[in-house]
Every structure is written in structure tokens, then in C-alpha cells.
Design a protein around this ligand. Sequence first.
Ligand code: MN
Length: 517
Amino acid sequence: MTRMIRIFDTTLRDGEQSPGASMNLEEKLTIAKQLARLGVDIIEAGFAYSSPGDFEAVRQVAQEVEGPTICSLARARPEDIDRAWDALKGAPKVRIHTFLSASDIHLKHQFRMSREEALRRAVEMVQRARGHVEDVEFSPMDASRSDPAYLYEVIEAVIAAGAGTVNIPDTVGYTSPQEFGRLIRGIREKVKNSDRAVISVHCHNDLGLAVANSLAAILEGAGQVECTINGIGERAGNASLEEIAMGLRTRKDFYGADTNIRTEEIIKTSRLVSKITGMAVQPNKAIVGANAIAHTSGIHQDGLLKEKSTYEIMRPESVGLTQSKLIMGKLSGRHAFRQKLEELGYKLSDEEVNHAFTRFKRLADQKKEVYEEDLEAIVSDEVSKIPERYVLKSLYVESGTSKIPTATVELEIDGKPVKQTGTGDGPVDAAYRTIAAMTQTKSCLLGYSVEAITGGTDSQGEVSVRLQEEGKTASGHGSDTDIIVASARAYLNGLNKLAFWASKHFDPGQKAGLIYQ
Ligand code: MN
């Protein structure tokens, strides 16, 4: 019989702890809705107590996203638990996830608590959370470095106090598959009431073993895995959702377990998260990397042509990877355009459709063939709804082997037209320096990358940037057939995010002082 493993996605909480991956409310909602389409069972939407931005994200995701259970993280403190409940109450399916360390290293040096105090606090806080909701999860942080005998005691006590899920974190990514499997088996065998709770795991990838450790735990009876899209997260990241889901699906014969994940949504979700967080996926990343399901060796290709199963263990379509499809040309009308967007899963307002359609027409003039990926690039610019304080009106750049790169930029700043010319040591630098002078911003460019959206020299370029100003980081994206224009769009998108956050007094960095599992 196939056991169903619950997928607890923490892209919006642990994933957001990746340096520079802070997301705003709209971005979190967009990702949460896609996670629901992907079929995750639980979404950890944030850490309500940590900042007003996180509180609001948890609240809105809980209210608006249908399907999964929505969860807020909370330290084992009354004010954290109550704040989590404030954000969740009124929503249909909610969970409070509270945590406290179980390792002597943490208790002694960080929490300055005895084992007895920590155990009592864990029980009290689980009870407090149960006073608000039915569905409570407890994590003994740093479980993999804890004394197993004490860990068993904590687990038994929190289950007796009403925790329906007990999550075993390998907080620092220290364990190995065999050892972690034994730990999970030990819990199942030694903790008397362990059959009354779902045992979950939360693995970090410091030694590259997060997925392997999670799968080893599943073999020993774990019923929930905490993971993130593309494996993003604190330091080396978390177990990657797509690898767990495809690992179980592809080797159901071996694991005897599966998930509710609609794997055909994997690539789309991966691209969305990568775009929003500004964290690129390496080409050789398992499942979602650009080369992951492509074969280049002649011997492999020969075999594949004769019979797919010779070298293919996963079908590209099973993760939603389809051949670049030519879909529209310059004669396509607005109605067909909207219909195509709906097929691709985008529901836009009339105004957004109009904006996107104008850009599509311009693109169709520049580029004979427009592919699905091109439309996705246009649309995702439209749906990343940051109010635009700075709008690009026109850009003219001169550069070459014997020219000083010069950019003339026309912007609309708070609705007023502004025009300026400046120079730099390359065309992108000239455009960026000129824009920085016009907007009077002093952000530092932490990262810049350009990728071709489809093949061919007439492909659109998609530029991603990461900007930092006064300790706040934002990612920006822009696409165009002209990479200098795409660069300017990406830069302005990042500046608009920084301006938006500054205007909201929302500080994504303010959470830094808090302690996470
Ligand atoms: Mn973590």
C-alpha cells in the first residue's frame, strides 16, 4: 500500500531567509496560490510575530489561498503564539507551528534554560496553541544534535499536550541518512504515543544531504516533509520539494510512498520562485535545472530515439517541461491573447491584459515568433504588482569599441517626466548611473544576470538584478529583446520595490535578530 507523505512547503518562511530573497505581500500571495495549484498540503506562510510584513502575509495567505492548510511559525512564547493566532483566525484551515531547542548546545548557550524548563515551556506553549487551534505542530530545534533520550521525553510530552505533528529538524544540516533514519525509527519505537502524531522532518543542506536525509526518514515512517521550491532557505538551503516529490513518484516501487504533488506544475513553480526571489537555478540542478532532463551524449540520444526508457527515468512532461511552443504571431488579437494567458494559468484584470497586450504587440514586431516563455515573461512583469514610482519612457544608448558609453534616459518619476544623459564604463553602467542620478538613489548592485528566454539571437533577454540600499535588499526583473532595455527595466523594478518598502516602513531585514529553527 502506498503511504501518502504530507508536503509542508516553507518557501515563504525558511526560503525567504535566504540572503536577498525577501518578498513582499503580493509576491508571497502569488507564490502561495501557485503552491496551492502544485498541490502542497501545508504552506508555512511566515512568522507572524517577526514583522508587520510577515503578519500581513500570513493573514492574507490564510484568507485567500484555497486548498492547503496555512501555517504560521511561532517561538515558544505566549506573545508569539497569540500573534500567530491573530494572523490566522477566521481562515478555514490553519496550523500553529511552535518550536524550542532540544539540544544541550542550544539550551545552554543560546536559551540559557535547563532541560526541565525547556520541556515545561514546550508543553505549555503547545497547550496554549491548542487553546486557539486544533492543528498544532511542535519542533524540537536542533533535534539531530540532541540527546535522544531527552528528545523522546520532549516528543512524548508535546504529543500528550496536543501536538498533532512533531517535526524533527536537522537545523544545522549535520546528520547523515543512516543516522537520521535511525533517529526516526527510535522515535517510532521508543516514544509510547508516537502513533498519535505525524512525525515530520525538516532538513538543511549544509552537507548536501537534505533530500537524502528526508527520504531516509520517510523509509523509517516519517509522514511529513518540510521543504522548499528549488531548495532555497537558510545557508545552503532546505530539502528541495521537487526532488522529494519526484524521488518518491519515480521510485514508488522502492519507497512505497507518494505525495499529492501535481508534478506537472513543478517547472512553472520553480521558475516563479526563481524570478521572484532573484535566486537563479543552476543548470545542473536535479529536476528543475535547464539541463536536468536534457540528453546531449550521442550514445544516450541514439538510445532515446530507439526507446525512451533506455535513458529516461522521468518524462519531461511529468514535471511540466514542454518544448518551446510557438504560439502567437503579430496578427493575433486581444481575445486570443487573453485566452492563451488563461490557458497558461494567468487571470489578469482588463487593465493588466491591455498593458501586457501592448508589450506583446511590440515584441511580435521585433521578434517573428512568440513562445509561451515570452508571454510568461511579459505577464510576470505585469503581475508583480509593485506600484511604479519610476517608469521607463525611453532609453537611448551609444556604445562601441571607440565610444564613451552614453545613455539618455527618459523616466516618469511620480508622474512627472524627467530626462537626463550620462556616461559609464559600458552601456548598462551608463544607463544605471544615469537612472541612479535621476532617481537620487544610492543602491548597490549585488548581482546582475542575463538569460535568453528562448533560443535564437532574436530571443528576449531576461535580466535579474539584486539591489541593496540601507540594508534592504530587493530583486528586480525585466525582459526585452534589447538587453540594455531589459537591464534598465530590471533596475527600475528593483528600485520600485525598494521605494515601495521604504514607503510602507516595512523592513524585511528587521527579522534578522530573531531566532529560527
Ligand atoms: Mn530551517
